[in-house]
Design a protein around this ligand. Structure first.
Ligand code: PHE
Length: 457
């Protein structure tokens, strides 16, 4: 498939070998679910904004299009970071892309001079297809910074927050202090850095208790929160935060002490502080018991009418599930050059990387080399599962519930690789006639042959 120049918010973007954003993704740009009244994502946003109070400014970025510099370079992502790959991100061209995380707006928002803000936006990542992955989802970036002259207030602010938390039924596991792998920045006074990290921890423990505490403690149990050492190129020390929910640890957000370089680029060198990024879909799915991420995009009143602004205690009642229609597809994949490990690693890197964190899985692979976009250009046709899923979404959109590889083998003589995928068709609002599903399956099969050079078995 070749792409036409993109026109978004009356800006035109020329196409080049990086362009990989299909029209079904572009069509999501005007939806703004997080700003839609009575939408569950908007309710969560408002609940968090309400918790932080009026001293935090809500921010809505103008466009989902950012420069590659904003999304990656300014934040210190290395040149070989897997997130940069055209198999993982949506590019308009080599200079512009759809943001993959709200951190892309950190520098410009600090530049305005705001010290406390909550920025909410839709973010875009190429990914697999299942009940918890969708190529568009929503994040909130929150941050608080202080001019150096005000850092002396931190001990008192921390005491006040600690006193409030003492009355919450919480069990906090926080074994990670500072380690060689999660250091303070050398430009920071270690005492201040420690106090900023404390303030971050108190603030987020308090937010999480605000969201989950009432449900958890209704069962007579304290809410369990766990802090884990993490890595992000734009914060250090960095953490991931999980809660104990339905018998397992559930990751909610990534955060850390803002890299001074970020504030320097925003002309705010005299300030320091913390930032977090969280995924709204994951919060909403857990809090409202929403079983499938596609439902957020549904216009069906049976979904939307169940939620109302200000009410964070709704439990979604699923309406009748229509029958599923399974179709399998088997093919020999084209043997591109370098049918190598790097792509399967890159595939693994995304398998769990979605609901919010750009880096939660990618950090594991960040030191491994990836194919550069130039090498994966069209004529080489290297197999990548995200490309297959992209075609499935392009043809069948939200009628596909999951795409799963159910079999693969290598022919012992020819060395060719076969893969079998099972596509699970189900509409959320109607019963799908078999002939409609067959037509979709045929169209997908044709596109996979044309665009990816596979041979059907
Ligand atoms: N942007 C990060 C992500 O998407 C989350 C994050 C935000 C981490 C701010 C640290 C600070 O994974």
């Amino acid at each position: 498939t070749s792409f036409q120049p993109y026109t978004i918010d009356s800006q035109t973007y020329a196409v080049d070998s990086y362009s990989n954003t299909p029209s079904n993704i572009i069509s999501k740009l005007p939806r703004h679910l997080h700003l839609t009244p009575n939408h569950p994502l908007s309710i969560i946003r408002q609940s968090i904004e309400g918790h932080f109070g009026p001293t935090f400014t809500p921010v809505t970025p103008k466009s989902a299009v950012v420069s590659v510099a904003q999304n990656f370079d300014e934040l210190g992502f290395p040149a070989d970071h897997p997130g940069r790959s055209i198999t993982d991100s949506y590019y308009l061209n080599s200079q512009y892309m759809l943001r993959t995380h709200t951190s892309a707006h950190e520098v410009e928002t600090y530049r305005i001079g705001l010290d406390r803000w909550l920025l909410t936006a839709d973010v875009y990542r190429r990914d697999e297809i299942d009940g918890t992955h969708y190529p568009v989802f929503h994040q909130m970036e929150g941050t608080q910074v202080w001019p150096s002259s005000e850092l002396s207030k931190l001990p008192q602010l921390n005491d006040e927050l600690a006193a409030k938390l003492a009355s919450c039924s919480l069990v906090i596991e926080d074994p990670t202090t500072i380690s060689p792998s999660n250091p303070y920045q050398t430009s920071h006074d270690p005492v201040h850095a420690e106090q900023i990290a404390q303030h971050l921890k108190h603030s987020l423990n308090s937010l999480i208790f605000h969201l989950f505490g009432p449900i958890a403690t209704a069962h007579g149990e304290p809410l369990r929160i766990r802090w884990i050492e993490a890595f992000f190129p734009f914060t250090t020390p960095s953490y991931e935060v999980e809660i104990w929910w339905n018998g397992e640890w559930l990751e909610l957000l990534g955060c850390g002490v803002v890299m001074q370089k970020t504030l320097d680029q925003a002309g705010q060198s005299h300030k320091s502080g913390w930032a977090f990024g969280l995924g709204l879909e994951r919060l909403a799915m857990v809090l409202f018991s929403i079983p499938d991420i596609r439902l957020f995009w549904s216009q069906d009143p049976r979904f939307l009418s169940q939620f109302s602004s200000g009410d964070v205690r709704t439990t979604f009642k699923p309406y009748s599930k229509y029958p599923v229609n399974l179709k399998d597809m088997s093919f020999w994949i084209a043997q591109g050059k370098g049918q190598s490990q790097s792509q399967s690693q890159s595939q693994q890197s995304q398998s769990q990387s979605q609901l919010q964190s750009q880096s939660e899985a990618q950090t594991q692979t960040q030191r491994q080399a990836i194919e550069t976009p130039a090498e994966t250009s069209k004529d080489i046709k290297e197999w990548h599962e995200n490309d297959f899923c992209e075609i499935v979404r392009d043809v069948a959109g939200d009628l596909v519930e999951t795409v799963t590889m159910i079999d693969q083998f290598t022919h012992p003589k020819t060395g060719r690789q076969s893969k079998t995928y099972r596509i699970n068709y189900r509409s959320m609002d109607r019963s799908l006639p078999n002939n409609e599903v067959n037509a979709l399956q045929e169209q997908i099969s044709r596109r996979v042959v044309e665009d990816m050079g596979v041979e059907m078995r």
